[in-house]
Design a protein around this ligand. Structure first.
Ligand code: KG4
Ligand code: ZN
Length: 382
């Protein structure tokens, strides 16, 4: 078989394979037999996520599924400052990474020598936090002589609903709602993303967090505000649905925050009023999202909508979009609740779709901002 190399691998490997008289290969640069895409369909992937305030490590392979998914949250560290302090986040990632990795290996019953591919979040996110994870991942891959690949954090989120039982069909629409992003994307083919609309100011999670802070709720405010809203009457305070009276799928959420500030000043701060304000805010945000999702369905003609990112854990958002999907005779998919927030499993899963046998460059290039639409499509399985 001409495609087989001397060591039973592929022709690409044959070219890259080293002989005693060629210089020793640089670890991690080319693909080795162990990770040859022609022989190894499903490498065991170690993934590292450190873009914000979660230190996360996962072990996953397409063949064996989820072996470990460890998340260490820095919430306690940042709570006393009322928000994420980037420098503290980076230092804490470095401190925790070896421990979380150890925990993941133990959970999976694996050793470092079993790992065949390392995936790490290269952006978007906090630069220092990203660099600790990327540096750690790259160094580990170098020492083990295996490849490492850089993964886009939002692609991880976007693909996380595919880790649930019910599966959307490509092409589909994706609503990404996290602390840093609010975007509607068309997923025209696997890995091929087209921006339909995005926020012009605050992201949804950010709007929840800032509004919660105004209301005196602790960090991270999103889930706290949502919990308070459960006891509130949203109809008491009519709030606008920003940018829904003009065409398009862009969003703007910073105005709502100001409206809430005025309400707090005018209406006082008793328990029921606070709950009513929280409910009115939440309802305004979620209805606005639902209106734009309806437009995205219409514009693309796609049947399926995937919702992902930290805010996709929100109960009212799930319920509202489910109802909207039924009304429109479409379908909506969410990640399992445990995978809505930041985790490394979604990074491993994205890597499993994206890995084509090639290593990312050895320099550790992380990006605070990174446009999802610039990613190449996923490789087609041979
Ligand atoms: O995706 P994520 O974990 O981190 C980023 O990549 O940003 O998203 C975190 C965001 C935070 O703003 C948090 O307040 C928000 O998601 N969030 C929620 C809920 N759970 C998390 N917002 C509203 N309702 C929730 N239940
Ligand atoms: Zn995230």
């Amino acid at each position: 078989d001409p495609t087989k190399s001397a060591n039973g691998c592929c022709s690409l490997h044959n070219r890259l394979a080293w002989s005693p008289d060629s210089p020793a290969p640089r670890a991690g640069l080319s693909h080795s037999r162990k990770t040859c895409p022609m022989t190894t369909r499903a490498p065991l992937i170690l993934a590292i996520e450190s873009s914000c305030d979660e230190t996360a490590v996962a072990l996953y392979s397409k063949a064996d599924g989820i072996l470990a998914n460890e998340v260490y949250s820095q919430i306690e560290l940042h709570r006393q400052h009322g928000g994420v302090v980037p420098e503290l986040a980076a230092r804490d990632h470095l401190r925790r990474l070896p421990l979380v990795l150890q925990q993941a290996l133990e959970r999976a019953g694996k050793t470092l020598q079993d790992i065949e591919l390392i995936a790490y979040t290269a952006g978007p996110g906090l630069l220092g936090a990203l660099m600790t994870g990327a540096g750690y991942a790259r160094a580990l891959a170098y020492a083990l002589g295996i490849p490492a690949i850089a993964i886009h954090h939002m692609e991880g989120h976007l693909l996380s609903p595919l880790l649930a039982e019910a599966q959307p069909e490509v092409p589909f629409v994706a609503l990404l709602v996290s602390g840093g992003h609010t975007q509607l994307m068309a997923v025209d083919a696997p890995g091929k993303y087209r921006l339909l609309g995005q926020t012009l100011d605050d992201a949804v999670g950010e709007a929840f967090d800032k509004t919660a802070k105004l209301m005196g709720l602790p960090y991270p405010g999103g889930p706290e505000l949502a919990a308070l809203a459960e006891h509130g009457n949203a109809a008491r305070f009519p709030l606008p649905r920003p940018m829904t009276n003009r065409p398009g799928m862009d969003f703007s959420f910073s105005g709502l925050k100001t409206q809430v500030r005025l309400l707090i000043e005018e209406q006082g701060n008793d328990t029921q009023t606070r709950a009513d304000i929280a409910a009115a805010f939440q309802q305004a945000v979620i209805e606005t999202l639902a209106i734009k999702c309806r437009r995205a369905w219409q514009e693309t003609g796609y049947r399926d909508l995937v919702v992902a990112g930290g805010v996709s854990a929100n109960r009212l958002l799930r319920q509202t979009l489910q109802q909207e999907a039924e009304k429109q005779r479409r379908r909506v998919y969410f990640p399992p609740l445990a995978l809505c927030g930041d985790n490394a499993l979604m990074i491993a899963f994205a890597a499993a779709q994206r890995y084509d046998g090639h290593d990312s460059p050895l320099d550790i290039a992380v990006q605070a901002r990174w446009d999802l639409a610039t990613l190449p499509p996923h490789p087609v399985a041979p």
